[in-house]
Design a protein around this ligand. Structure first.
Ligand code: K7E
Ligand code: CUA
Ligand code: CA
Length: 639
């Protein structure tokens, strides 16, 4: 350990006062300029000093060629709309799972299968995902699904982890902008909890524009995870930011930064305190059963009213005041606390979950009696994670640091004992948002690795123009001290990520022929009397033409077909290769058509043959030495 100087000290030695600069832009007065910390100098550590500084840690995170990572991570792709799969600790990107975007390599958003999953919303070409979360049973990852939100078009999607494809997508009714998303941990992920962020009028038909109107509100969404239907919605006061669930299955909590229901920055920062709203999910289920709900517009989803009426709380909500514009909401992996991250306050608020039954039973004088501690950590706390050893790690956006602190010590200090709960502050680069330690959202938090997702990379990488990558930093937390070991540039914008042990996720190597992902296409083929694994046939049905073919490296079962100009053509391809990794593609040149067909998969795409003449199609996934020769022709006769 003698030569493992902390890299951040090396940075300081170069004489660049990054801290000083950031300090100057720190919140002044009413929390101005949260994002104003641009324009740093360009001093960077030499490669030699870096190598020396991280030598020990490096050996640990280096995954040699041919070796496999210990953890598998799912990264949100932010307003790029996809989910990315990374190996940890190597930080190698392993795969991309298109979800709220269009992907030309796999044909997501182009193929019939993907468009059927996207439903109505397939018309949108954009998305903005933030929070990927893995389904759980008994507070541990069960490896079945990843769920993720779309803030841009108010959707929630599910990814099947056995095939690493999105298999369900729903648009949440009566809401605008799904932001926070978490899953029920115990007894299993029966529900997905999704925050609609923005307050809107109801009905939103242009008659009300006043956000203070009693019909202006937003809602907490409780989604049936298996059916992927909204089970019920709960109207709340204020707005909703992030959420998390407890380890009993009864409570969830959500942060609200706009208790003011304001429409601008000044207004949203007016109150010294906003709140955390706590939901009693069991009580809400009861209220739904008892029929105490309304419905809105065309939607049949039961809507409960969780707003306060004067001083009167609903049976299923409680509002706990916490300092100014809280952001992240994190359940500690020991199941004891909901932690609300202060953002405009240097504190985080630890809500003691064991006190919530009393709060709902009316046995506490003040909702603030549930606060176990409110440790002061630094400027701009956004999100917190856990190592399973009693320590929490919080990102300080404005300080550009991760602070490691001890929860039990923070509680003792809150009670008046003289104890320093802060264990270490580590500089990160720069402006971190989410933070995620291995398995931290489960009861198995193992305190090995931590990812700090930094919003700015500034000078950490080669310049690539005015748009910079972000910087996801890998930090070794297995010892007493946090050690920064890797910088990982990422494209817009992995708000959040999640890490599972590699043995917890068991993807298939090839498709199964009866996979529900393409069941609609299989049913269509059946109607046409087609055996997808053997038949190469063209079926005409008025001006609709269905071309069924197999593919086996390096050729398509149909190498030429003829249609008439204006025909609607559906190409259905079944990859009968059984060998792992032999994926084929199908691209119809000049028709905007592209798709993936992996071993034993059936995929289909529909387009209009609007141009007469000869049109080549080809395989786009490299499958064979004769991959270039894997081609065919569509002959279009003029109308
Ligand atoms: Cu960016 Cu979780 Cu949407 Cu915080 S959120 S940073
Ligand atoms: Cu088939 Cu390339
Ligand atoms: Ca506020």
């Amino acid at each position: 350990m003698s030569n493992s100087k902390k890299p951040e000290n090396e940075v300081e030695k170069t004489g660049l006062s990054r801290r000083g600069f950031l300090g100057a832009t720190a919140m002044t007065g009413a929390g101005a300029a949260l994002v104003g910390a641009a324009g740093l100098g360009s001093a960077v550590m030499s490669r030699e000093s870096w190598a020396a500084a991280v030598k020990d840690a490096k050996l640990k995170y280096h995954v040699a060629p041919g070796e496999l990572d210990d953890y598998i991570g799912f990264w949100s792709g932010g307003h790029q709309g996809e989910v990315r799969v990374l190996g940890i600790p190597s930080m190698r990107e392993l795969m991309r799972i298109p979800v709220f975007n269009v992907d030309s390599a796999t044909g997501w958003g182009i193929t019939n299968e993907s468009r059927a999953i996207m439903g109505e919303s397939a018309k949108f070409l954009n998305g903005d995902c933030h929070h990927p979360h893995i389904s759980m049973t008994d507070g541990k990852y069960d490896g079945k699904y990843v769920f993720i939100n779309d803030k841009a078009n108010t959707r929630v999607a599910r990814i099947r982890l056995d095939i690493m494809k999105c298999d369900k997508m729903i648009t949440i009714p009566n809401c605008q902008a799904i932001h926070g998303l978490r899953l029920q941990k115990v007894p299993y992920t029966k529900y997905v909890f999704a925050n609609a962020e923005f307050v809107i009028p109801h009905p939103n038909d242009g008659k009300i524009f006043d956000l203070q109107h009693e019909n202006s509100y937003t809602m907490y969404n409780v989604i049936d995870a298996e059916k992927m239907e909204v089970a019920f919605q709960i109207i709340v006061d204020g707005n909703l930011d992030n959420t998390d669930a407890d380890y009993t299955g009864r409570f969830t909590a959500a942060t609200c930064y706009n208790s003011e229901k304001a429409y601008d920055l000044g207004g949203m920062m007016r109150n010294e305190r906003d709140w955390v709203v706590v939901f009693d999910i069991h009580a809400a289920e009861k209220a739904v059963k008892a029929g105490k709900f309304i419905t809105l517009g065309d939607s049949k989803v039961p809507v409960l009213d969780g707003r306060k009426k004067g001083d009167q709380d609903s049976e299923f909500t409680r509002y706990i005041p916490v300092p100014k514009n809280p952001h992240g909401c994190n359940t500690s992996s020991d199941g004891r606390y909901f932690i609300a991250n202060g953002k405009l306050s240097p504190t985080v608020s630890m809500i003691e979950i064991a006190k919530l039954p009393d709060l709902f039973a009316g046995k506490l004088k003040d909702p603030r009696d549930t606060i176990a501690a409110e440790p002061e950590l630094g400027l701009g706390p956004l999100h917190t994670t856990f190592d399973g050893r009693g320590n929490a790690y919080t990102t300080l956006f404005i300080d550009s640091q991760v602070v490691k602190w001890n929860m039990a010590d923070a509680v003792r200090a809150y009670k008046g004992e003289k104890v320093n709960y802060i264990k270490q502050k580590l500089d990160v680069h720069y402006q971190p948002g989410h933070i995620h330690a291995s398995l931290c959202e489960t009861s198995e938090a193992d305190g090995q690795w931590l990812i700090a997702l930094c919003k700015f990379s500034k000078d950490r990488f080669l310049q690539v123009g005015p748009l910079h990558p972000e910087n996801d930093q890998l930090i070794d937390i297995s010892g007493e001290e946090m050690k920064l070991v890797h910088d990982g540039p990422t494209y817009a914008e992995p708000h959040d990520c999640i890490l599972a042990r590699r043995d917890q996720i068991k993807p298939k190597k090839i498709w199964e022929r009866n996979d529900p992902f393409f069941a609609g296409t299989t049913a269509m083929a059946k109607k046409d009397g087609i055996n997808l694994e053997t038949d190469n046939k063209v079926i005409r049905d008025g001006n609709k033409v269905r071309v069924y073919m197999t593919s086996m490296a390096p050729s398509y079962g149909v190498q030429e077909f003829t249609v008439k100009q204006g025909d609607e053509v559906t190409v259905v391809i079944t990859n009968i290769d059984q060998i792992e990794d032999v994926s084929h593609g199908f691209v119809m040149v000049n028709h905007g058509v592209s798709m993936e067909i992996s071993p034993q998969q059936t995929a289909s795409v529909t387009f209009v043959a609007d141009k007469p003449g000869l049109h080549w199609y080809y395989c786009s996934w490299f499958c064979h030495a004769l991959h270039m020769e894997m081609v065919g022709r569509m002959l279009v006769e003029p109308a």
